[in-house]
Design a protein around this ligand. Sequence first.
Ligand code: SF4
Ligand code: SF4
Length: 81
Amino acid sequence: MAIGLKVYPELCHGCGNCVIACPVNSARSPEIAGGKGPTDDVEIIMIVEDGEINLKNPDLCGKCGTCVESCPVDAITLEDL
Ligand code: SF4
Ligand code: SF4
């Protein structure tokens, strides 16, 4: 069974910590490391939309766990899919 990224939007309060902390997101869009959204249409793993986390491109995830550690409410996890 594979481990993969899973989000629980109902738990998310939209802080954006996970989006900013993800090294893949920052590598693809350096603006994200500064707390801004991507300035072009580059694809990132997840984004906050309407106050909730939304997985866009989970296949890009390197499964490092940084986003999981950054979330204060356990709304993003790595778990069996
Ligand atoms: S596990 Fe790592 S690579 Fe995957 S979304 Fe989280 S921070 Fe990004
Ligand atoms: S999943 Fe967690 S860290 Fe990411 S935006 Fe939601 S509350 Fe913040």
